[in-house]
Ligand binder design. Structure first.
Ligand SMILES: Nc1ncnc2c1ncn2[C@@H]1O[C@H](COP(=O)(O)OP(=O)(O)OP(=O)(O)O)[C@@H](O)[C@H]1O
Ligand SMILES: [Mg+2]
Length: 267
């Protein structure tokens, strides 16, 4: 049987390789670098993915979905209620498995991965943000963010130091000890984003991140997501809000479990 520590270490080592190709200051080749590496693989790649929820009648929530997200990309996923957006996010985020088709994260086919392995990939490579924040009400912002590293096995002091840095990054350095009930809606969502980011994932998956916020507050969250994308994190934003979708350089439209259109809007 696989030993848990070695699994986590191996996943981390593998997961670090593609980041060499991500945008950012550390992407520059060192002078003694040997031949250039091939392009990094997509952060997530779905090919022919089906997902049917059993029941009477069964619901075919995804039908033959192909979607590739490259390192550092920013895209909106839009479509009517029930069209399969959250199902797609769950599968891309390894929270759920496809019934058919292939899912790859950083080029690795997930079908052969055990659930424990999937959890390790998720812990190191993927961050999630939801409309309802899901913060621990009794804990301060810092501890909520540090919780994002619980499954990485890093010691508590390190987790809290990384959390403090990430809170600064989302503009909440001065709210580290405020509990969620002492923060505004937009600030709570920033804490949730910091928690998703604290492990420096290559992929941030967000499901209606502005759904519970007024439009000005939502706009500030969108700006933060755009900044993260500029910093090299791939960001997927499910949204019902046309203004949020309009701010994204790529828009994927779903209908009845299929991708109806996938367009790069600009640059
Ligand atoms: N756990 C489940 N069991 C059975 N059916 C489900 C389950 N989850 C979702 N569905 C069905 O699958 C379809 C796709 O659901 P999904 O949540 O992906 O839609 P969505 O596009 O995210 O919708 P919304 O915009 O309302 O959030 C829907 O018809 C839904 O009723
Ligand atoms: Mg949904």
């Amino acid at each position: 049987m696989d030993d848990q520590t070695s699994t986590a270490v191996r996943v981390r080592a593998d997961a670090e390789a593609p980041s060499a190709g991500r945008a950012g200051p550390d992407a520059a080749p060192s002078p003694d670098a040997e031949p250039p590496r091939p392009d990094p693989p997509p952060v997530v790649e779905l090919a022919g993915v089906d997902r049917t929820y059993p029941g009477r009648p069964p619901v075919a929530a995804l039908r033959g979905v192909d979607l590739t997200v490259r390192p550092g990309e920013l895209l909106a996923v839009v479509g009517p209620s029930g069209s399969g957006k959250s199902t797609l996010l769950n599968i891309a985020g390894t929270l759920d498995r496809a019934d058919a088709g292939t899912v790859r994260i950083d080029g690795r086919d997930l079908s052969a991965c055990s659930d424990r392995r999937l959890a390790a990939i998720r812990a190191h490579r993927i961050g999630f943000v939801f409309q309802q924040f899901f913060l621990a009400p009794g804990a301060g912002a810092l501890d909520n963010v540090a919780d994002g590293l619980l499954y990485t096995g890093r010691p508590r002091r390190e987790r809290r130091a990384a959390a403090a840095e990430t809170l600064e990054r989302v503009g909440l350095g001065d709210r580290a000890h405020h509990r969620p009930g002492e923060l505004s809606g937009g600030q709570r969502q920033r804490v949730a984003i910091a928690r998703a980011l604290v492990g420096d994932p290559g992929l941030l998956l967000t499901d209606e991140p502005t759904g519970a916020l007024d439009s000005a507050t939502g706009e500030a969250i969108v700006e933060l997501l755009v900044d993260l994308h500029r910093g090299g994190t791939a960001v997927v934003v499910i949204t019902h809000d046309p203004q949020v979708a309009a701010a994204m350089p790529r828009r994927v439209r779903m209908r009845d479990g299929r991708i109806e259109s996938d367009e790069a809007v600009r640059g």
